[in-house]
Design a protein around this ligand. Structure first.
Ligand SMILES: [Zn+2]
Length: 113
């Protein structure tokens, strides 16, 4: 009776370990299939030009960023803050916009050099 019980317990444990092995094997097979699918999807994306599309998108994004930087630089260069005798100047005291070449600021009345 005791031997049979031990044998049954052993068999039960062996069956459990077999089940665990089956689960591990299934998991391994599933992982391999998943990795294979990922590679397949990556190859499919490459074949369908999605990678190229992403590259183009990145290039366009970089071009947009460059255009934005150039635009900001142009705005800074064309900014009426330059005191080079242009049509639009600013009062050195109150920063009021002066149109033309007035001698005095129209807002605060201080002399504009
Ligand atoms: Zn002023």
């Amino acid at each position: 009776m005791i031997n049979v019980g031990k044998y049954q317990l052993f068999r039960k444990g062996q069956m459990m370990s077999l089940t665990v092995r089956k689960v591990i094997m299934l998991g391994l097979i599933g992982s391999v299939l998943l990795i294979g699918n990922i590679l397949f999807v990556a190859n499919w994306l490459a074949d369908n030009g999605v990678v190229e599309w992403v590259e183009n998108f990145r290039t366009e994004y970089l071009t947009g960023t460059a255009i934005t930087i150039v635009g900001v630089l142009l705005i800074l260069l064309v900014s009426p803050r330059t005191k080079t005798g242009g049509l639009i100047r600013r009062c050195p005291v109150c920063d009021h916009r002066l149109i033309g070449s007035p001698n005095y600021c129209g807002d605060c009345g201080s002399k504009v050099s």
